[in-house]
Design a binder for this molecule. Structure first.
Ligand code: G3P
Ligand code: MG
Length: 358
């Protein structure tokens, strides 16, 4: 094992740039690599497979723990990805641990939202699905949801055999987390309205609304379908519109994710740590490297109002690159949030960066 900064026994010039890649619409569409992403990423590694350029994935998506996402991305893209190179929309939720570590909380979204939260250290977290299964008839149309039959059988046998965990029928939910894009909007809106307007116990009198957190607020994003798909921001608008009509107080919530400046500050800190590592067969902290501030940090994104707006707001040392493989498909630059550079693909973006930095 050698320290980052020495390469093939020779002192290597300290890297003063790093790269943040958006995932959906830049690296992948659905689960399919796009824009030459595998080749582009391979250029950031040395011959021995060591990381030559500090980079990370900065996505507003999520639903599985960062460690598992790193393995999944590594398999899809053919490079070794470290868990610390994956920053998802919900990653900052772990900063709320001191507030909710031992409190009853619920988590919803595609994938395994409760597992994500318990890996962050939250001790009393239930998925909204498991939580709702203990409240008979809370979803009046559940029997018509043929597509959930298997799960319904599983979760009902689960709830019949086991006592509800964490006394959900008498304990109040202290916070609700939308971890990833919700799967069953109808059920989730119903159950979240119940939890939020009752003060954390469905069916009870109105009480003060517990805090609600969203991992991101993307109105739309690029998946496998040709046109954009409705994202977490669209779900938030639906929930908020309904909640505000049925409750006397407006919905209170906090959204994380890009374009918030703290996401870019955090990405810079993560890239700085990566700069301190040299990845060969293991990670060794060299100690000396990474003390220099970055000259340039590149954000490669597909969504002008999320990725480019965020990088522009974050200011120095961010340089924004907009690809045409996702939400943005126009010929010219975006009118409201023009990027520093517009390219067709992520491969073109990496080519530009490596030339500019050589
Ligand atoms: O659900 C994912 C989406 O909202 C955005 O993902 O990688 O484009 O930030 P990404
Ligand atoms: Mg994107």
């Amino acid at each position: 094992s050698r320290a980052f900064g020495s390469y093939s026994g020779q002192p290597r010039p300290e890297r003063s740039f790093g790269i943040a890649f958006d995932i959906d619409g830049v690296i992948l569409r659905g689960r399919v690599p796009i824009g030459g992403s595998p080749q582009a990423l391979r250029r950031l590694y040395g011959d021995s497979g060591s990381l030559n350029v500090p980079f990370l994935f900065l996505t507003n998506g999520g639903g599985i723990p960062e460690s598992r996402r790193a393995i999944e991305l590594g398999e899809l893209l053919g490079v070794k990805i470290l868990p610390s190179q994956v920053v998802q929309g919900h990653t900052p939720f772990k900063n709320l641990l001191n507030r909710y570590e031992n409190e009853l909380i619920i988590a919803t979204g595609k994938g395994e939202p409760a597992l994500v939260m318990s890996e962050y250290g939250f001790k009393k977290v239930l998925s909204l699905e498991e939580y709702a299964s203990h409240f008979k008839n809370i979803d009046p149309v559940s029997q018509y949801k043929n597509w959930t039959t298997m799960q319904a059988v599983d979760s009902s046998s689960h709830s019949n055999e086991l006592e509800p965990r964490h006394n959900v029928l008498s304990n109040r939910v202290k916070a609700a987390f939308v971890v990833s894009d919700p799967v069953d909007w109808g059920r989730d809106i119903q159950v979240l309205c119940d939890v939020l307007r009752s003060g954390g116990l469905p069916g009870q009198e109105n009480e003060h609304q517990p805090p609600l957190y969203f991992a991101a607020d993307d109105l739309e994003y690029q998946a496998a379908f040709p046109s954009e798909r409705l994202g977490m921001g669209a779900f938030r608008i639906a929930l908020e519109s309904i909640f505000d009509r049925i409750h006397h107080n407006a919905l209170e919530y906090t959204s994380f994710g890009k374009p918030h400046p703290f996401v870019f500050k955090n990405a810079e800190a993560v890239l700085r740590k990566l700069q301190q590592y040299y990845s060969d067969d293991c990670l060794i902290n060299s100690g000396d490297f990474g003390s220099q501030p970055f000259k340039t940090l590149y954000m490669v994104g597909d969504n002008p109002v999320v990725d480019i707006k965020g990088a522009k707001q974050a200011g120095h040392p961010w340089f924004s690159i907009l690809t045409r493989t996702g939400v943005f498909k126009e010929r010219d630059n975006h009118a409201e949030f023009p990027a520093d550079l517009v390219v067709d693909t992520v491969e073109e973006a990496v080519d530009y960066i490596l030339k500019r930095e050589s």
